[in-house]
Structures are given as C-alpha cells and as structure tokens.
Unconditional design. Structure first.
Length: 282
C-alpha cells in the first residue's frame, strides 16, 4: 500500500504556489526577496544612436519555458528563438543537467541593452546561478544532506513552488528530505503540474496516474530535473532545513500551512481546508 497523502473529497488538492512578487520602485521593475540587479549585458555594439536599456525580470520559480518567452519578448525576436538558443548555445551547466538549463536561469532583474542576444543573456543567467549555487556553503550543505548540488537545486525548485510563505520554506524542505530518507514518494502537486505544463491548485485522481517521471505520486525520489528556477531563499531552505519529523503539509488558508508527522492529524487539516474551500465557493 502506498504511503499516499489523503485524498481530498472534492477534485481539489491543497497546494499554493508562491509567485515571484513584483513592485515598482522609482519607475524601475525589481523583484522582491532574492532577485538581484545584475550588470548590463552587451554581446555586441548597439546600432548607431541606439542606447536604450530595457529590463528583463525573472521572478523566483519561473519555468525555463516562461523565461524563454520573456526573453523573446524583451529582445523582440520571433517566439521560440530563445528556446532554440538554449540548445544551440553551450551553456556552462553541471553534467547532471544534460544541457537542460532548468533551475539555472537565475531569478533577477536583468538590464539589457540593444545588441544583446538570447544565447548571451541565457549564458549570463546560468553563470550567475553557477556562482551562487557553487558557493562553498551550498556544496557543504548538499553534502551534509546526502545529495548533490544539482539535486539540491531540484529540491529548492520544489520548495519555491510549494511554500505558501518564505517562513514555510524550511519546513517544506524538511518534508522533502524526510520523505526521501524514508523512500516515500514525494507526492507533490508542483511536480505533477510541471509534467502537465500547467499551474493549478486542482489535482484529480486521474492526474495522479499521469505517466511521467515528474509524477511524484507514482515515481519515488526526486524528479529528473528542477521544476523551475529557485531563488536564494529556497536554496537556503534546501541546504539548511530546520529539524523536524514532518511528513505532511497542507495550506488550510492563506498564511496558515499545517505541518505534521501524524497522518490522522493531517486528515483533519485536509478536512478543514475542504470546509474553507466549500465556504468560499458558496
């Protein structure tokens, strides 16, 4: 019998995806939390008389496909151009990534001048991620947790998608580590959403039967790649999760995520979530 999270009576399953939050400061777009401002990117001389600088915002948790679309738009190139560049450009990725930059397109606000290319911009994102994720503290943290740095980036991407608040990130990471240690399937809706190329709180029983290595209801262990591009808060949570025996969590209401090691308690929390959801729909 699978050690499965309890079924929600309705078609809904309780998950909230933390989005990159944006603010406007002095007319410039910046990402709140871990996003950083990186230097101007120029891969060639801009056309004479053109010095305009635009900003590319990559919020925490964006998937590679979403980043590609944003680069296409900012550089005013045909849709699909950046995705092609991602495979054509030799990006400095770890071997485990197998040339897939998912997880290594570092969240930041990138000022981009005329003359920048998709490959050059992706390369800068990857180089920034390698610098941040290759730090000694990350390497040491991954080793301490018995996983590789690449696996730590994958864990961080799940934490980024699953945590309702920054304060929850460490406990979500602990749930992931605890389940891996027990050889329990992770059963994360965020990985299933990645497999189905969607973002939703609604997961049906048939969804959990999807044939995909990203379906962590059926496949044990981590998915084969990160499921998005995590920021530094999520990485910090992945390498330094707090101590705890938690195996289950559910966001009962905004800002109220319940963590527990007790299955019966978790079922009660799920019932409260369902009651709240039903009341909101009435």
């Amino acid at each position: 019998m699978k050690n499965r999270l309890p079924r929600v009576p309705s078609k809904y399953r309780p998950r909230l995806t933390r989005r990159g939050r944006l603010v406007l400061i002095a007319g410039a777009v910046v990402a709140v939390a871990t996003a950083v401002l990186v230097p101007l990117l120029l891969t060639g001389e801009p056309p004479a008389g053109e010095k305009k600088t635009v900003s590319l915002l990559v919020p925490e948790g964006r998937r590679a496909t979403q980043v590609y679309a944003s680069v296409d738009e900012v550089l005013d190139v045909a849709p699909g151009t950046t995705e092609k560049a991602a495979t054509a450009t030799r990006l400095e990725l770890p071997g485990a990534a197998r040339r897939n930059p998912e997880g290594y397109l570092f969240p930041a606000t990138y000022p981009v001048e005329a003359g920048a290319t998709p490959g050059g911009l992706l390369g800068y994102m990857v180089d920034t991620a390698q610098e941040r994720f290759g730090a000694d503290r990350v390497t040491a943290g991954a080793r301490r947790n018995g996983v590789s740095v690449y696996q730590t980036v994958t864990i961080a991407s799940i934490v980024q998608a699953e945590a309702d608040t920054p304060a929850d990130m460490g406990r979500v990471a602990r749930v992931v580590h605890n389940r891996l240690a027990r050889d329990m399937p992770l059963q994360m809706d965020s990985t299933l959403n990645y497999a189905l190329n969607r973002s939703t709180l609604d997961t049906t029983h048939s969804d959990t039967k999807t044939a995909s290595p990203y379906n962590t209801y059926e496949s044990r262990g981590l998915p084969p790649t990160p499921i998005g591009n995590p920021g530094e808060e999520a990485m910090n949570a992945a390498i330094n999760p707090p101590r705890g025996d938690w195996l289950y969590f559910v966001t009962v209401a905004a800002g109220d995520t319940r963590f527990t090691a007790d299955y019966a308690e978790h079922q009660r929390n799920v019932a409260e979530f369902n009651a709240n959801r039903s009341a909101a729909e009435d």
